[in-house]
Design a protein around this ligand. Structure first.
Ligand SMILES: C[S@@+](CC[C@H](N)C(=O)[O-])C[C@H]1O[C@@H](n2cnc3c(N)ncnc32)[C@H](O)[C@@H]1O
Length: 271
């Protein structure tokens, strides 16, 4: 799990800040007397140490909650999917257990006829199982990276679900958006994918550009069916938060649901 409390950039910043504060305090106190400088140093180290311990405990508490939520979601998936093989790990770049279990439930409850996913992977396999279970639905998943598209196809084959999904590799091309030009999927490959009932936005990855997923709504809005459900992964990241704010202005959504998982999953129900 990425949230395990290892030393991170922010910890280094805290260490530098607290050492500088102790040094300043000790220097200031040394003008009073050498004993005051020693006392200030001891106090400074004690306060900084206590803050670090408190922060560590808070991190550990958050980590344990995340772990419990992961277990619960995985248990739910396991109970619902008729798994033929183990799923690839739901961690790191892959869909979180929270996203995977939500996608399963959305398909089971709403039986969407047309599903489009941006960014393929384990989520594609989970949705294929869901489609097989409900007995209806067409899933198209696009990926800008041929290697990952191929991995997803191979995984679908391993689970004998390849006949239920079309995984399409399509490059990122400069796309004009309100936020300026951005590399985004060439969707000319999606000729027949219209009237989308469920849209999953989990790509392109963040490293491709700032606000990499911002064009999604603008580019796909004409292809969405009335009542479409839009799922946005990583909704707690600043880029995705900005995109969600921009979409809120443009889209006519009836209600939204934010799943308080580690990276955040947001579900928008359009009118
Ligand atoms: C957030 S990932 C999509 C995850 C996918 N929905 C899943 O459940 O596994 C977005 C894109 O990152 C790329 N990607 C996936 N795993 C990667 C990895 N380990 N390293 C680099 N890129 C990766 C793929 O091209 C993918 O479409």
């Amino acid at each position: 799990m990425s949230s395990f409390p290892n030393l991170r950039h922010e910890d280094t910043r805290r260490l530098v800040l607290s050492s500088s504060a102790i040094l300043l305090l000790a220097t200031g106190a040394s003008f009073i007397s050498p004993l005051a400088a020693v006392f200030a140093t001891i106090m400074g180290v004690f306060v900084a140490g206590s803050l670090f311990v408190m922060h560590y405990h808070r991190d550990m508490a958050k980590y344990n909650i995340n772990l419990a939520e992961h277990f619960q979601d995985l248990q739910f998936l396991q109970s619902q999917l008729d798994l033929r093989k183990p799923l690839p790990y739901l961690s790191g770049w892959s869909a979180s257990p929270a996203l995977a279990s939500r996608l399963y439930s959305l398909i089971e409850e709403n039986k969407p006829a047309t599903i489009l996913e941006l960014g393929s992977g384990v989520s594609t396999v989970v949705m294929a199982y869901a489609i097989q279970k409900v007995g209806t639905g067409k899933l198209v998943s696009i990926d800008h990276d041929e290697e990952y598209a191929e991995k997803t196809r191979a995984e679908l084959k391993r689970h004998r679900l390849d006949h239920l999904v079309e995984v399409i590799h399509t490059p990122l091309v400069m796309t004009t958006t309100k936020g300026g030009p951005k590399p985004w999927y060439d969707i000319s490959v999606l000729k027949s994918t219209t009237d989308i009932n469920l849209l999953i936005i989990d790509g392109p990855p963040r490293h491709t550009c700032q606000d990499a997923r911002l064009p999604a709504f603008e580019q796909l809005s004409k292809r969405l069916a009335p009542g479409c459900i839009v799922v946005i992964d990583d909704s707690l990241r600043s880029d995705e938060k900005r995109s969600l704010d921009a979409w809120t202005i443009d889209c006519n959504n009836d209600r939204s649901e934010d799943i308080p998982s580690e990276k955040g999953v947001s579900v928008r129900y359009l009118n």
